[in-house]
Design a protein around this ligand. Structure first.
Ligand SMILES: [Zn+2]
Length: 131
């Protein structure tokens, strides 16, 4: 991880609030979720009851930045419950939280913070807005 990505997420983190609502990225199968708990190092997402640490958010931004995924070169999200079919962005984030799939929660939060863009049409893709 690098300092730049840590700083991006520190800024996002300071503005997140319990109760904020989001929708997972897929246009047809997107589901609603909200932040039900927040501390200095992790969030809890409900009603899915998934805890996501800050490192997973940093990993997402870092992956997009390291691989030059800007608007002209979006990254397919390729989220999957199965690690063997998950794409590299999904893997990079779940590696931070004991292999729990979390990229579909991380991206809408980063999107609302204007850090990434998300294309909800399949194949769903994302790209970094804030370099
Ligand atoms: Zn980085």
């Amino acid at each position: 991880m690098c300092q730049q990505c840590e700083e991006t997420i520190a800024d996002v983190w300071s503005k997140l609030q319990v109760g904020q609502t989001f929708k997972t990225p897929d246009l047809y199968r997107g589901v609603d979720f909200h932040i039900s708990k927040k501390d200095s190092n992790k969030l809890k997402i409900s009603p899915q009851e998934v805890s996501i640490n800050k490192a997973a958010f940093v990993a997402a931004v870092h992956y997009l930045r390291a691989n030059d995924h800007d608007m002209d070169s979006p990254c397919e999200i390729r989220s999957s419950n199965s690690r063997s079919t998950a794409g590299p962005l999904c893997i990079a984030t779940r590696d931070q939280i004991n292999n729990v799939r979390c990229v579909t929660y991380i991206l809408p939060i980063l999107q609302k913070s204007v850090v990434v863009g998300v294309n909800p049409v399949r194949p769903n893709s994302t790209w970094l807005l804030r370099w």
